[in-house]
Design a protein around this ligand. Structure first.
Ligand SMILES: [Zn+2]
Length: 72
C-alpha cells in the first residue's frame, strides 16, 4: 500500500537525489518543499526563495501524515 515511501526523494528542478540522512531532522534537512515542489537548497535560491520561505522535507512529510493512525 505504501509504495511511495521507498522511492528516492529528488529535487524537482535538478534531479538531485537526497540521501535519507539529509532528509532527517537531525542532519538539518537539505531538501525543501516550496509551493508543492521538492527542491534542494541551491534551486530554492535560484527560484528566488529561501529556506525560511519553504518547509523542510521532514516537516512537510510530518504535516502530511497524522501522527496517530486512525483505525476506527
Ligand atoms: Zn536542485
Amino acid at each position: 500500500m505504501a509504495k511511495k515511501e521507498k522511492q528516492p526523494v529528488k529535487c524537482d528542478q535538478c534531479d538531485l537525489e537526497f540521501p535519507e540522512s539529509e532528509l532527517s531532522e537531525k542532519h538539518k534537512s537539505k531538501a525543501f518543499v516550496w509551493q508543492g515542489k521538492v527542491m534542494c537548497e541551491d534551486c530554492l535560491f535560484k527560484m528566488g526563495a529561501s529556506p525560511a520561505d519553504a518547509l523542510t522535507y521532514s516537516a512537510f512529510v510530518g504535516s502530511q501524515q497524522p501522527r496517530r493512525p486512525q483505525n476506527y
